[in-house]
Write a protein that binds this ligand. Structure first.
Ligand code: SPD
Length: 426
């Protein structure tokens, strides 16, 4: 033995980009590479970056395998380091080369060359009596889903399994089982909802506008494919709810894995249309709806058109007089620009005095501070025309968990920096 360890540095190029962006596949490839070479896997940690890229380490009894991927360059940087003579790191290399369908260049370094270092007597101050436990990697797997922009992120740990994974014609729809928040729906690399905190969003996008209106019978939902918003609407005595969701995969994923969210799809008052909500409001008859709820994703992919003046102009036309619209309004901390532009757009369509902004705690959206923005067709005001007693009784009768009559008013009270962002006087 000439050295303590062998270290192979590998440049994998021209790889399969989809594989390099699939945390589960990369982790499996790395673990299998280690096992194929006869290494003993202790645990692994993989982190999925948003919008793409993966970092991960597999710790083995004989040292470690590490990777970072850049799918957009079809490139992965890989370190394969093994101590002793029992494991050949080139076996790991061969396995990964095949899985990534990669070209490569690689170099091997001897680490701890025995020409340079000598063994001395080492008497540890504390002796380990028990050998380190070797964990079952399926129990210890530690993979992170990250919703991020270039500078900020929110990450949730999940167990490495993807319960639903479909690339629809519009987007990638996935369900993960997270450790802290139960099952989670993600679209592309953005968190849409989790079992543990979905009610924050769904109660707040529904009840303030429904309580303000007071007698909504005909409601339109654009998006909302997980079903959480219609679940809340059906707590009212409505006559008809039309929901237009562009992506059937979101509905199927939610029905299959989020049954407490997708609980009202069989309601006979639901008119479910799988289609384009933007086109739907363009074609909608004027003065049709009491309330429109835009429960869309962030402004990328098919949701981009939900952030335009044309769309909100059509929505206003489709509202009855006295009706109102609410839309998920992004975050003043995470999507500052979109938040402000949307507000400007709504003020242009509905009027300055008829546009209102709410904030609530979205614990699994990056920054945790999320907005909902409302446009009113008429003179109703969400705080001044609000019947607190009726809202209190409703929230209590329906056992709501986030919304209550006091929060209704509080949600429209904005921090000074947000008012300044929106050009509203303090
Ligand atoms: N960044 C997340 C914004 C998501 C808004 N829609 C969530 C869908 C929940 N029904």
């Amino acid at each position: 033995m000439k050295s303590l360890g062998r270290h192979i540095l590998v440049e994998f190029s021209n790889c399969n980009a989809q594989v390099l962006n699939d945390a589960q596949a990369v982790e499996e490839a790395m673990i299998t590479a280690a096992k194929t070479a006869g290494a003993t896997v202790i645990n692994s940690t993989f982190h999925h970056f948003s919008p793409w890229g993966i970092s991960g380490v597999v710790v083995i009894q004989e040292s470690h395998l590490a990777i970072h991927t850049w799918p957009e360059y079809k490139y992965a940087a890989v370190d394969l380091f093994t101590c002793g003579e029992s494991v050949d790191p080139w076996v790991c290399f061969e396995h990964l080369k095949q899985i990534f369908q990669a070209n490569y260049s690689a170099m091997e370094l001897n680490r701890g060359s025995l020409h340079l270092i000598k063994k001395s007597e080492f008497i540890p101050q504390a002796t380990r009596h028990e050998p380190s436990p070797i964990h079952d990697p399926s129990v210890e797997r530690s993979v992170w889903f990250t919703d991020k922009d270039e500078n900020q992120a929110l990450s949730l740990r999940y167990n490495g399994e993807v319960l639903f994974n479909e690339v629809s014609p519009f987007q990638q729809v996935r369900i993960f089982k997270t450790h802290a928040y139960g099952k989670m729906l993600a679209i592309n690399n953005m968190i849409m909802c989790t079992e543990r905190d979905e009610y924050h969003y769904h109660e707040m996008i529904t009840h303030p506008i429904m309580q303000m209106h007071g007698n909504a019978k005909n409601v339109l939902v654009i998006g909302g494919g997980d079903g959480g918003t219609i679940r809340e609407i059906f707590k009212y005595d409505v006559e008809k709810v039309t929901m237009v969701e562009i992506d059937d995969a979101v509905i199927r994923a939610s029905k299959q894995h989020l049954p407490t969210v997708a609980s009202e799809f069989n309601n006979p008052k639901l008119n479910l249309i799988v289609g384009d909500g933007i086109q739907f409001v363009k074609d909608a008859a004027p003065n049709s709806f009491d309330v429109i709820i835009v429960d869309g994703s962030d402004p990328v992919g098919p949701a981009k058109g939900l952030f335009t003046a044309e769309f909100y102009g059509n929505c206003r036309r489709a509202l009855k007089d006295g009706g109102a619209l609410i839309t998920q309004g992004e975050s003043p901390m995470f999507h500052e620009e979109t938040f402000m532009e949307l507000n400007k757009c709504l003020k242009g369509i509905f009027g300055r005095e008829q546009t209102h902004t709410m904030l609530f705690h979205a614990t699994t959206y990056p920054s945790g501070m999320w907005s909902l923005q409302m446009g009113v067709k008429g003179q109703a005001h969400p705080v001044k025309n609000f019947n607190a007693d009726r809202a209190r009784q409703f929230a209590s009768a329906k056992k709501l968990k986030y919304y209550n009559h006091e929060l209704h008013t509080a949600a429209f009270s904005l921090p000074t920096f947000v008012r300044n962002m929106l050009g509203e006087s303090v």
